[in-house]
Each structure stands twice: as C-alpha cells, then as structure tokens.
Design a protein around this ligand. Structure first.
Ligand code: GDP
Ligand code: MN
Length: 380
C-alpha cells in the first residue's frame, strides 16, 4: 500500500523530521485560504500515487494567494497518468542550496533492510541510480542490531554532507529507520532532503510503501488507504477478492490460479493472440464470482472474444459451468466464448455447456487457437 506524500509527511514529522509548513486542500478556495495563512510564496503539489508529478506539471509555485487559487484550479482538473487529482498539498515554498536523497528499503537480494543515500537527490534520482552507481551509497542494516551510528556517519561521509548537518542527519536516518520498523514498511524515502538556504535539513518530499501482508497489524493505517490507486475496474475487482489487471489486447481471459492465468496469456501470445486482461478468480470460485468476473471482462470495450480456462482442483468444473451458463444467459455477450475445462468434474461441466451450445475445446491449445481464430474474423 502506497501512502500519499502528505500522509508520509505527517508520519515523518511525528518522528522529529522537519517538513515545510503546509496543509491539504480539495478545492481552490481552500488553497487560497491556506496560502493567505502561510503568508509567503507557496508550492502546490498534486497528491497522486504516481511518480514524476513535477514533470507532468503537478507541482507549481505561486507568488500570491490569487495565483495559488488560479494554479490550484488547473492542478485539481488534471489527470496524471490516469489518476485524477483530488487533493493538493499547499506548502510554504522553500529556498534550498542542495537536494539529497535518503531512504530505507527492503533489499530482497540480501534479505535485509538497506539504507540508501545520495548527494544528488531530486527528480532525476532514478536516472542517477541507473547511470552513475558511484553516486548512490548503500548500507545494509542487521535487523537484530538495528541502524548503528557508524553506519549513519559513513553514509554522511559518502554523500559529502557538511559536518554541521551530521547531527540532524543522524536524527533523520534514525527517524526513517524507526518509521520503517514501526509500520512494516517496504520503503520509506525522503527525496529530496534539502539543505535550505538558512541551513536546515528539511524533507521536501516523502514516499512510503507499506507491506500489504502486514496491514492487519496496523488498523491505524487502514484509513489512509486510497482505493483510487488503480483503474476503476481493477478497484471493483479487488473489492470482490479477484485480481484483475487490464491489458491492451482483445481476448478476455477468465482463469483460476495466477500461475495458470499467466501460462494462458503466454500460450495465447504464442499463437498470435493478445489478452485484454489478467484475471485470477482464485480457488473454489462460486457462480456469483464468475458472473462478476465476466462482467468486469466485458466492461472493457476492446474485448472481442472470451477465453475461459479452468483447471478443477478444489474448484468443481460443473459448478463453474453452471456459473458460466447463468451469466451468459443474463448478460448475453455479443461476442464468442470458448471454454476449456479440465480436472474435477470436467465431464459433467462440459456436458452442461454442450447442452446449451456453448463452445468448448478439448485442450488448452485448441481453446487458445480457437479464440485467436474467432477474433481474427471479428469486425471492429
Ligand atoms: P516529485 O516530482 O513527485 O518527486 O515531487 P517533489 O516533491 O520531489 O518535487 C520535485 C522537485 O520540485 C524537487 O526536487 C524540487 O526541485 C522542486 N520543489 C518542490 N518543492 C519546492 C519548494 O518548496 N521550493 C523549491 N524551490 N523547489 C521545490
Ligand atoms: Mn520527489
């Protein structure tokens, strides 16, 4: 679960890390009012869960409350990489001399948390990481020992941080380490961490990613979840416990099991087809779930055929067949459907479908080839 910048900043501020003065707003009148209260130039920042907001025009500097009002109107009507801007953070503008990077992440290769620092923070840090690894420094943290002072000093030295900031930097490093631990985070990042013109270290932007598998331990974080962080169909699917990802192709895939769903897409591609989605209905899917899954698939206007591939383990193919039948009767799709059933009660399931003249295939390859063939003939 990713947190918004303003949510991350509230947390890091609780851990003693300095952030700019500011407030969140949902409309331009509120932005103007906040700008008046702040009483200086302000920065208006779109709160969306994607990177590169700055480059997309989602971060603007306003010299007066009137200009803040004007710019906020623009930003609030923006859609950044498919995400409509619903909230903006209004903050005092900060003058700074230097932009640094500091973060704690989970290093899966070493199975250890790692603290990362760079003297070249800012919006191009991703490129810096890729192009000049000598400017990015890492210290791995033993979870039993925790973050040690010598590690922080070594990082400060590596990024050429002037000595006068080392004490504050140590507080910041310990702060994000503790945030990482206390919240079961996968990532806590400050980018940029700036050296202000009046010589303070301040977090200008923050990012946090919480391990979804640990959310049950953090009921206090549940309220922070932004369910808008995906395409509408994907959010709907998630609420129903299905994992659905929209793709670019024209063959809708309904499959049980994530591995089988990927294998189905793989083989579909091999025979010249393109999936319109990834969808795993999970084990033991009920008729209602199948109805819902099919509805989601056909809500995509690019779909020209549906391929259903079920391997019955716990899932009973006859149950699935009943679900497919009821759904198709109800929603009457205008494009062809091919079903492949194998495993538990496949025979019974196929009999049910054949009786109703729903096309079935004897093997996965046969089903895939047929789906591809059907879309080749489809008029768009
Ligand atoms: P991101 O593009 O989503 O990572 O947004 P950031 O919050 O990191 O801002 C991107 C860049 O905008 C920063 O690296 C700064 O260079 C600039 N920026 C953001 N806030 C301020 C501010 O208050 N004053 C100044 N001068 N620049 C800012
Ligand atoms: Mn940033």
């Amino acid at each position: 679960m990713r947190l918004h910048e303003y949510q991350t900043k509230q947390i890091i501020s609780k851990y003693g890390i300095e952030i700019p003065r500011g407030e969140i707003a949902v409309n331009s009148n509120a932005v103007k009012q906040i700008a008046e209260e702040i009483g200086s130039e302000v920065v208006i920042k779109a709160q969306v869960l994607v990177g590169g907001r700055g480059k997309a025009g989602g971060i603007r500097l306003a010299k007066s409350p009137e200009e803040a009002h004007e710019l906020a109107t623009e930003i609030i009507s923006m859609v950044i990489e498919g995400f409509p801007v619903k909230k903006v953070l209004v903050e005092e503008a900060i003058n700074f001399d230097d932009e640094l990077y500091v973060g704690v992440a989970t290093d899966r290769n070493c199975s250890l948390p790692v603290m990362i620092g760079s003297g070249q923070g800012g919006i191009d840090i991703e490129e810096t990481v890729l192009s000049s690894t000598e400017k990015v420094f890492r210290v791995h943290i033993d979870p039993l020992l925790g973050l040690r002072e010598y590690q922080i000093r070594s990082l400060a030295l590596s990024i050429d941080l002037p000595r006068e900031y080392w004490n504050t930097f140590s507080k910041i490093a310990n702060g994000i380490w503790n945030i990482y631990l206390d919240h079961d985070a996968l990532l806590v990042e400050i980018n940029p961490l700036v050296i202000t013109s009046d010589r303070r270290l301040l977090a200008l932007d923050g990012k946090m990613n919480i391990d979804d598998s640990a959310l049950f331990r953090h009921p206090e974080l549940a309220d922070l979840q932004d369910l808008d962080k995906g395409k509408p169909a994907e959010i709907e699917a998630k609420k129903h416990g299905l994992s659905y990802i929209k793709m670019e192709g024209n063959i809708g895939c309904l499959v049980n099991g994530a591995g089988l769903a990927m294998a189905t897409m793989d083989i579909l591609e091999f025979f010249g087809g393109k999936a319109s989605n990834f969808l795993d209905i999970g084990g033991g899917a009920s008729a209602e779930e199948i109805t819902f899954a099919l509805r989601i698939i056909i809500s995509d206007p690019n779909v020209e055929a549906i391929l259903i591939n079920i391997f019955g383990g716990i899932t009973r193919c006859d149950e699935v067949a009943k679900g497919i039948l009821t759904t198709l009767r109800e929603i009457k799709p205008i494009f062809p459907v091919v079903v492949r059933l194998a495993g538990t009660n496949a025979k019974e399931g196929l009999a049910i479908l054949n009786e109703e003249k729903i096309e079935t295939a004897k093997s996965l390859v046969a089903a895939v080839k047929r789906a591809v063939e059907l879309t080749k003939g489809a008029a768009k």
